[in-house]
Design a protein around this ligand. Structure first.
Ligand code: FES
Length: 155
């Protein structure tokens, strides 16, 4: 795991993107790839490099579901909240999983085992409700299957 970034680390990450048109999103993706999330300390450095305010950078980070402002747990569970999955029990499944883990969306369990994120379609619309556990996409998830899946990742 990389050490907590200081401003020179962030400046070094930002530099290769400065020639791009619209460098903010690629920069944020690079920071998240390096540190697993967008550390608050990175915002003023990125803002300064792009001549934006830290609040403007924060606004972009908050707008996109992909960006995380705190480190994730050991596993990331993404639950599809798009229409086709919602129509076949996705809402109840989400409620079950969030209650079972004791977290809200974007939350991480107290033991650090799982972070839960919403996702808007995993390409398994005909086999909903669909979830993704780390890199594995799973369709037709009911509560029994969901509980077994959580047991597998130690949650
Ligand atoms: S709507 Fe859930 S996988 Fe497409």
């Amino acid at each position: 795991m990389p050490h907590a970034p200081d401003s020179s680390d962030i400046r070094a990450l930002v530099a290769p993107f400065m020639a791009l048109e619209g460098p903010l999103l690629p920069i944020l993706h690079a920071v998240q790839a390096e540190y697993g999330h967008i550390p608050a300390s990175a915002l003023p450095v990125i803002a300064d490099a792009l001549n934006l305010t830290a609040a403007e950078v924060h606004g972009v980070v908050s707008f996109y579901h992909d960006f995380r402002t705190a480190p994730a747990g050991r596993h990331v569970l993404r639950i599809c909240r798009a229409e086709a999955c919602q129509a076949v029990g996705g809402t109840a499944l989400s409620a079950h999983l969030l209650a079972r883990l004791g977290v809200d969306w974007h939350g991480t369990t107290a033991d650090g085992s799982v972070t839960v994120e919403p996702v808007y379609c995993l390409g398994l619309c005909a086999c909903g409700p669909a979830v993704m556990v780390d890199d594995r996409v799973i369709g037709r998830v009911d509560e029994t299957r969901a509980d077994a899946m959580l047991a597998e990742v130690g949650a």
